[in-house]
Design a protein around this ligand. Sequence first.
Ligand code: EPU
Length: 416
Amino acid sequence: MDKLAIDGGTPLRGEIRASGAKNAALPLLCASLLSPEPLRLANVPRLNDVHTMQSLLSQMGVALDTSKPGEVTLSAERIDWPLAPYELVKTMRASILALGPLLARCGEARVSLPGGCAIGLRPVDQHVKGLEAMGAAIDLTHGYIHARGKLTGAKVVFDMVTVTGTENLMMAATLAEGTTVLENAAREPEVADLARCLAAMGARITGAGSDRIVIEGVTRLHGASHAIMPDRIETGTYLAAVAAAGGSAAVVGADPDSLDAVLLKLCEAGAAIAVDGDVIRIERTGPLAAVNVRTAPHPGFPTDMQAQFMALAARAEGTAVITETIFENRMMHVQELQRLGADIEVEGSSAVVKGVAKLTGANVMATDLRASACLVIAGLVAEGRTTIDRIYHLDRGYERIEDKLSALGARIARVK
Ligand code: EPU
């Protein structure tokens, strides 16, 4: 199994390019199920989760052309198997995103229940409830969601903000008869990116990016081309790495507007940020200040950046309180940070992080995607060598992380 070896202590300098967003790519790939005509996606990140989703779609009968780098053309002329089997869903919860489009297009879908995952229980009751409101008959048997029926427009009020829940129902509603209104919808930029693509396919959607989305169903969607938005979490992770390690760098091809909460917190931590079009420059030469963080749905501070900010706080001057409000078990990086010498106490859903003068390299284990990113950042500032095991988590969501960090001057290598 691959590991990452990092020799910390080098400030980061240079320029890197943001990749396409994982959490936009996954629903966009599923959107191809909605039309018999080809959907061409550009700026597709090379990630394990993207490959898993492509395998899932291919098993259903979708033809994929991946011959051009960074592009995928998906043709769902026929869907032979409206099925997402347990073997794939258990490796990637986002497979649930196939449910809405399959049901809307085929009148039937069978998708495995995702079950628990490392960062929390993560039920899918809101997806199911919404589809039932739209007229689907749903059975939960043998670990599968079996949905059938012709969808009609409905009003859905989500009990909590759910990103993939919003995306699933928005996709399903594009082909439903009549108008669907989604209230308390997720405002994440990836929802708006999906809506742009669906609109290019002929869907009638207003309000995506707000908490009220209205979808007027149409009888058929057509082919389209869409460039996937830049990955705001990947960008934020590299910016946090520069803030932690010190130095001066730029991320080009980024989407600064999707990162307001993160950029403000980086400034509070002592970094200077300058935005110029799609370029975000960051410089940190002075001391690193402790900043409190409380995760919240967009436009609040993203849960997907919580772990990276804990690595920052571990080396900052002062004490930071980091509170996770979205997932119940997203603090697994704490124990690993402690192995590097961090002073952290967890009280309920908050971590009290007292900054220490130095972290020291050690062997650590990645437990989930963003926890892994946190350990990479900690390794970049720790004295000596940090070796991170189980980096397959990183490969799910960061494209060539060691190459990008090496380009910034980090001493990082993948070892077999
Ligand atoms: N929830 C329910 N019932 C539902 C749906 C959600 O109780 O039917 C709860 C969840 O258990 C959680 C909260 O609602 O406590 C929010 O979950 P949400 O549904 O928004 O999460 P998700 O859609 O499964 C997406 C991202 C995650 C990101 C979250 C929150 C994708 C593919 N995944 O997950 O990304 O953390 O939104 O922003 O878009 C990551 O990239 O590392 C990652 C985990």
